[in-house]
Design a protein around this ligand. Structure first.
Ligand code: A3P
Length: 305
């Protein structure tokens, strides 16, 4: 484990490099605990993202999808209407295994839904050894970067001061961001999804935005809970997409006013949810630099943004 000193502005804490990726010390504690103790079950579903790739959206979609027979979508009592998605699908290393080194997970019913930002190389061994399924959502690096920069500034602005776009950009390009290098993270899961498509489902935020119903149906097929023709006729696919849309989730009272137990405002997870917002922030030089890095890093992999 190597470390970088804390710097004013950028998530003002030391960052630690572990298995090739950067973590805060609290995060790292969760990573080590869940690597040691997490026991995957064959029926588990793991949602993996890099920060700001659309984790909150994926959590809501998969929660609604796998629980569609338990909770009627049209009723006001649906858990997504009164809970932030992060409360319904907890992070392994950022919540469960950081609050308790070896938490009791017996209250989770099958299929258990967990999420993580862990790079592929750092996944607990039991995940590799089991037949559990992984859904990996990624987002183009330009929007991911802008979303990340905006999020870190919004979160703890008072304590840490503003992170300048230029400083955060330099670090992001060098791979120094939470769970970065971004490109290595994405490639780890991309390669695994090519080798093992029945275990790892790889999807892009942009594709999901463009054709949400189509991709939700593909996700259901992958997870072994395909929509029946009766459900299709009853527009259940559209209802899930609508319930989990940015406009709907961001307008709910819980997401406008609530806070997570860790202190973040729920609203911080909903900024504008658009593709291409980077055009409002990045200079042509920055765009060029990110494009070059993507080209170099992804060269020959078959993956493109
Ligand atoms: P922007 O900052 O570009 O708006 P994460 O959930 O991984 O933290 O990612 C947050 C990003 O996903 C934010 O992007 C946020 O607005 C967007 N987002 C949150 N909920 C969404 C939804 N239901 N549909 C689409 N995008 C969503």
């Amino acid at each position: 484990i190597s470390s970088l000193p804390a710097e004013k502005g950028w998530v003002a804490t030391k960052l630690y490099k572990y298995q090739g990726f950067w973590h805060t010390s609290r995060q790292l504690q969760g990573v080590l605990s869940c690597q040691k103790h997490f026991q995957a079950q064959d029926t588990d579903i793991l949602l993996v993202t890099t920060p700001k790739s659309g984790t909150t959206w994926l959590k809501s979609l998969l929660f609604a999808l796998v629980n569609r027979s338990r909770f009627t979508l049209t009723l006001d009592q649906h858990p997504l209407l009164s809970n932030n998605p992060h409360m319904l699908v907890p992070f392994l290393e950022l919540k469960l295994y950081v609050e308790d080194e070896n938490p009791d997970l017996s209250c989770f019913t099958s299929p258990r839904l967990f999420s993580t930002h862990l790079p592929y190389i750092s996944l607990p061994k039991s995940i590799m050894d089991s037949n559990c399924k992984t859904v990996y959502l990624c987002r183009n690096p330009k929007d991911t970067f802008i979303s990340l920069w905006a999020f870190t500034n919004k979160l703890r602005l008072d304590e840490m001061g503003t992170n300048s776009l230029h400083d955060v950009f330099e670090k992001f390009c060098r791979g120094v961001s939470l769970y970065g290098p971004f490109w290595d993270h994405v490639l780890g899961y991309w390669e695994e999804s090519v080798k093992n498509p029945e275990k790892v489902f790889f999807i892009k935020y942009e594709e999901m935005k463009e054709q949400p119903e189509l991709h939700l149906r593909k996700l259901a097929d992958f997870l072994g809970c395909s929509f029946s023709s009766k459900e299709v006729k009853e527009n259940i696919v559209e209802s899930i997409v609508e319930m989990c849309s940015f406009d709907n989730l961001s307008s709910l009272k819980v997401n406008k006013e609530g806070k997570l137990p860790s202190g973040e405002d729920n609203s911080a997870f909903f900024r504008n949810g658009k593709v291409g917002d980077w055009k409002n922030y990045l200079t042509p030089e920055m765009v060029d630099r990110l494009d070059k890095i993507s080209e170099e890093k992804l060269n020959g992999s078959g993956l493109k943004f």
